[in-house]
Design a protein around this ligand. Structure first.
Ligand SMILES: *Cc1c(COP(=O)(O)O)cnc(C)c1O
Length: 362
C-alpha cells in the first residue's frame, strides 16, 4: 500500500459538485477581483469565528506581514515568537524590519507561556502566537501578559481553522491571521489568506494596504501592496467553510485512532492541553531515531514530512540574528525528533489500519 501525507483530490471529490457550481458561478459573474464572492466569504468566515471583520488577502504570509505593518511595528521593535514555527511566521516580522525574539515551545508544541515574561523588554510590541499543528495555545496567560505590558497579540492561525481555547475560536484573541494554502484545514485550490479583527479601523487599514493603499480608486493614502483574495478562491472557500466542522471532525476521528492504537514505546504521541481543542492540521509524533523511523515508513510505502527540520533561529537566512545551536534546546530537540504522519480527509479505514500496523512493528 502507498500512502501520502495528504491526498487533496479526495477532499475535492467529497463535495465535487458544490465546488464545480461555485467555480462556474464565479466564472460566469464577469467580476473577478474583490467582488461578491470575497465579500460574502469575509462575512461568513467572520461569523463562523465570532469576529466582527475579516479581510481576505493573497496568502497567510501576507496576512501576517500586513498585520504587523498595520500595527506600526517596524525597525527597532521586538516581536516575541515561538522558536519552533514555520519560517513564514518569522518572515512577517523581519519583512517589517522588526526583530524576532524567540521563546521555547511547551510540550504541546505551542509557545511556552511561562517563558514569555522574561523575554519582554521595553522594545517589545507584540506577542506572535502560533497555534501549531492545529492545537489552540494557552491564551489565558498570554492575554494577561499582553494586558499587563500593553502588547498586541498576533495569532498565526494558518494551521488552526476551527480550533478553540476555552470555547473561543483561535484568531479572536488578538489579530487573527489565516492561510488558505491548499493543504490547510480550510484550504483553497491555490493561495489565499485573511486577517480577522474586531477593530473596524484596523480592518479598514488592512483593506487599504491589500489594494495599493487606497480606499478610493487612484487616491493612495499609504504605500500599499497588491494582496487580494481572488473571487474564484473565495467562491471555493465558501463551499469548504460550509463543511469545515465535519472535515475537522473527520480529522479528529483519525487522530483518535492513532492515539488509541499506536502502541510503540519508542514513539511519543501528541498530547492535548486541557481547555484547548485540536483540529489536527498535522499529527506529529516524536522519535529519538527519527531518520531511521522515517526511512522505515518510506520503505513500507508511507510518506511522512518533518515540520520543521531547521528551526528559524538556525536558518541560513537569519545568520544576521547571530543565534547558535544550543540557544533554544527544546525547539532544536523537537526539530530533530518530530515527524508528521499521514492525515487527510477521506483517508480510508484500511489506510489508517496500515499506518498503525506498520508503526507498531517498528
Ligand atoms: C502555511 C503557514 C503560513 C504561511 O501561509 P501561506 O498561505 O503559505 O503564505 C504561516 N504560518 C504557518 C504556521 C503556516 O503553517
Amino acid at each position: 500500500m502507498e500512502i501520502n501525507l495528504a491526498v487533496l483530490d479526495r477532499q475535492f471529490e467529497l463535495h465535487q459538485t458544490e465546488y464545480e457550481q461555485a467555480a462556474l458561478r464565479a466564472l460566469r459573474s464577469g467580476w473577478y477581483v474583490l467582488g461578491n464572492e470575497v465579500e460574502n466569504f469575509e462575512k461568513e468566515f467572520a461569523k463562523y469565528l465570532g469576529a466582527k471583520f475579516c479581510v481576505g488577502v493573497n496568502s497567510g504570509l501576507d496576512a501576517l506581514t500586513l498585520a504587523v505593518r498595520a500595527l506600526n511595528i517596524g525597525e527597532g521593535d521586538e516581536v516575541i515568537v515561538q522558536a519552533n514555527t514555520f519560517i513564514a511566521t518569522v518572515l512577517a516580522i523581519t519583512e517589517n524590519h522588526a526583530t524576532p525574539i524567540f521563546v521555547e515551545p511547551d510540550e504541546f508544541y505551542n509557545i511556552d507561556a511561562e517563558k514569555i515574561e522574561s523575554a519582554i523588554t521595553p522594545k517589545t510590541k507584540a506577542i506572535m502566537v502560533v497555534h501549531l499543528y492545529g492545537q489552540a495555545t494557552n491564551m489565558k496567560k498570554i492575554c494577561r501578559l499582553a494586558e499587563k505590558y500593553n502588547l498586541k497579540i498576533i495569532e498565526d492561525c494558518a494551521q488552526s481553522h476551527g480550533a478553540k481555547f476555552q470555547n473561543k475560536m483561535t484568531g479572536t484573541f488578538g489579530i487573527g491571521c489565516f492561510s488558505f494554502y491548499s493543504t490547510k484545514n480550510l484550504g483553497a485550490f491555490g493561495d489565499g489568506g485573511a486577517v480577522v479583527t474586531d477593530d473596524e479601523n484596523f480592518a479598514e487599514k488592512i483593506k487599504m494596504l491589500r489594494n495599493y493603499g487606497s480606499k478610493i480608486k487612484y487616491h493612495n493614502e499609504i504605500a500599499g501592496v497588491n494582496s487580494r483574495l481572488d473571487e474564484i478562491q473565495a467562491a471555493l472557500l465558501r463551499v469548504k467553510l460550509s463543511h469545515l466542522d465535519e472535515l475537522n471532525e473527520e480529522r479528529k476521528k483519525i487522530a483518535a485512532r492513532y492515539l488509541n492504537e499506536i502502541k510503540n514505546p519508542s514513539i511519543i504521541l501528541p498530547k492535548i492541553r486541557e481547555g484547548s481543542t485540536h483540529v489536527w492540521h498535522q499529527f506529529v509524533v516524536r522519535v529519538k531515531n527519527r531518520d531511521d523511523f522515517q526511512k522505515y515508513l518510506e520503505q513500507n510505502g508511507i510518506k511522512t514530512v518533518i515540520h520543521y527540520p531547521i528551526p528559524p533561529h538556525l536558518a541560513d537566512c537569519y545568520k544576521n540574528l547571530n543565534h547558535r545551536r544550543g540557544d533554544f534546546p527544546v525547539a532544536e530537540k523537537f526539530a530533530d525528533e518530530v515527524l508528521s504522519l499521514p492525515m487527510f480527509n477521506a483517508m480510508t479505514a484500511e489506510e489508517i489500519d496500515f499506518v498503525i500496523d506498520v508503526i507498531n512493528k517498528f
